[in-house]
Design a protein around this ligand. Structure first.
Ligand code: ADP
Ligand code: MG
Length: 552
């Protein structure tokens, strides 16, 4: 029985295992497997063959990872499939190749997931793996896996700059304890956008040659073919200073000939604003880690798009140091996952308990704590709102719903007791931060109490502000904003709240400049994958200190 590591990527997946050092297992001669599933000739096809069919047939699903955690459905050959179904097919293909190569069944798999995945996305990934017949040893954050491939044991601070096909993830990690210090990114920025820029350029040239490109807009398959050409072209430009492409095909039934050439400098210009955006995200991750650019010891290139020389050059110039070339960017995450299977083996050797829950801030009143211990142990968790018991199954997996102390730090201690009476302990800190229910109305405020001399107002866009607490209120007091919407944000973020004090207690002027700014308050918020309604509550104590809470 062997353990494997899997980078289940949006664009490509990688399979690796540990033999002394980590090694990639090639699938059909290639080190990466395109995350594409097609249905043709009565069967499902996964990987490169499916990708090449994308321009020829309709029954093709690309990047099912994008749909994880959503209700998206794909229609393939008259039936509907979920992102979990399609991801399970990719994982099944990977498992099959692993077992053929290793010549033995796969025991555990470490599968990587983006660091910002929410609970539902994590659970969907777990379900896809289980459906593919894989036992999930751990779901590991991609940047943590990449950092493991870079090498552990140092106390460097690294920036993992992961630019794949369609997504950018920037993560600052303290290598000393593998702690994520800050993260940022863009779910719609990557190599696909580079390809599209080349396609746009090709179309422009075709238009100049008199081709009616309005026909192309309606020809989905031709557009896919152009994009595939553009990708090959782009990859060539990573090695050469000029690339040439010739293409003969049909657009809406008419023959079309393209002879297109581009120099690397011209290409760099085409993508320079996209690279600007990527660098802004890298800066944001560093800011969220509360560090300066100069605090970053190592820049780790991860993801196929970082093979673009211009991306490397710009990143190096921006941070003023060379990026590490120690690990192959396309393979770093998969290799790191394989390295981490070593921990699974350690767990089996002695009675130990490992926790694999990753959230540090949680807004529900219970937290699904998951982990692994050696064999069928009893699990006791203390440190939450009340102690809870659970049990690990035969393979050592356990999941315990822990009630949390609300709006407080919960230092959980997890003890696993084996049938032989051996105990193993692990600790885990989770902060419950956002009140799930509305606070009870404060009890009658006994007079005499200080009163608030002026209105407290909340600033909104364009200087428009709303009264939250009126002048003359007895202190302490509280008030609430109206509900408003917060845009989807896959990363933890800070909400900025400008707070004003009314200028004249007798007149309410709902316009910023006529009031006095008290300052801007910031609230740390967890990721909000969908557009989310939120309410801000303000509390003012006797000393007129203002506390703001955010309720989703
Ligand atoms: P993901 O993490 O999204 O699965 P990958 O890390 O596999 O993605 O990166 C895929 C992207 O990398 C694609 O857009 C591909 O075109 C691009 N890519 C692969 N090789 C190169 C190269 N040599 N130069 C530039 N881009 C490349
Ligand atoms: Mg990736």
């Amino acid at each position: 029985m062997a353990d494997i590591g899997i980078d289940l990527g949006t664009t490509n997946s990688v399979l690796a295992f540990l033999r002394g050092g980590p090694e990639v297992i090639s699938i059909k001669g290639k080190s990466t497997l395109p995350s594409v599933v097609a249905y043709d000739d009565g069967q499902f096809i996964v990987g490169s063959a499916a990708k090449s069919l994308a321009a020829a047939i309709d029954d093709v699903v690309v990047s099912p990872k994008r749909g994880m955690g959503t209700d998206q459905q794909y229609s393939v050959a008259g039936k509907t499939y979920t992102p979990v179904d399609i991801s399970a097919m990719i994982l099944e293909e990977i498992k099959k190749h692993a077992e053929e190569y290793l010549g033995e069944p796969v025991q555990n798999a470490i599968i990587t997931i983006p660091a910002h995945f929410n609970h539902k996305q994590v659970e969907d990934t777990r379900e896809a793996a289980e459906r593919a017949g894989l036992k999930v040893g751990q779901l590991l954050a991609e940047p943590v896996a990449a950092a493991a491939a870079y090498g552990s044991g140092s106390d460097e601070v690294i920036l993992v700059f992961d630019m794949g096909g369609g997504t950018l993830d920037c993560t600052v990690i303290d290598m000393f304890d593998n702690q994520i210090l800050g993260l940022s990114g863009d779910n719609w920025l990557g190599g696909d956008d580079f390809d599209q820029r080349i396609v746009d350029r090709m179309l422009k040239e075709m238009e100049a040659e008199g081709v009616d490109i309005s026909e192309i807009a309606n020809d989905k398959k031709f557009r896919i073919k152009l994009k595939q050409k553009a990708e090959i072209y782009k990859i060539n430009l990573s090695d050469t200073s000029r690339a040439q492409v010739e293409y003969v095909g049909k657009v809406a039934g008419a023959a079309c000939y393209i002879d297109f050439s581009l120099t690397r400098n011209e290409y760099n210009e085409l993508i320079s604003d996209l690279v600007d955006r990527a660098l802004e995200k890298a800066d944001e991750a560093v800011e969220r880690a509360e560090l300066k650019k100069s605090d970053i010891d190592v820049i780790l290139l991860v993801g196929g798009s970082t093979l673009t020389p211009y991306v490397q050059e710009r990143l190096e110039a921006h941070f003023g140091k060379p990026a590490s070339k120690r690990v192959d960017p396309m393979l770093a995450v998969g290799l790191g996952a394989a390295i981490c299977t070593r921990d699974l083996a350690v767990g089996a050797a002695e009675h130990a308990v490992r926790l694999r829950s990753r959230a540090e801030i949680w807004s529900d009143s219970t937290y699904p704590l998951r982990g692994r211990t050696t064999g069928d142990s009893k699990i006791e968790v203390t440190g939450g709102a009340e102690p809870v018991d659970g049990a690990a199954d035969e393979s050592g997996q356990f999941s315990v719903d822990v009630p949390l102390k609300e709006n407080a730090v919960n230092d959980l201690t997890v003890v696993a007791v084996s049938p032989a009476g051996e105990t193993a302990k692990a600790v885990y800190r989770i902060r419950h931060d956002i009140q799930a229910e509305q606070a009870e109305e404060p009890e009658e405020i006994p007079p005499p109490k200080p009163t608030l001399p002026r209105n407290i107002l909340l600033g909104l866009i364009d200087h428009h502000i709303a009264k939250i607490i009126g002048a003359g209120s007895n202190l302490p007091t509280c008030g609430e904003s109206d509900q408003f919407f917060c845009e989807p944000n896959p990363y933890p973020f800070k909400l900025q709240i400008p707070v004003y004090e009314g200028h004249d207690p007798n007149h309410e002027i709902p316009f910023g400049p006529f009031n006095t700014a008290l300052g801007t308050m910031y609230i740390d918020c967890p990721p909000t994958p969908q557009q989310t309604q939120l309410v801000l509550s303000f509390e003012v104590n006797e000393s007129r200190d203002i506390t703001i809470r955010c309720w989703f």
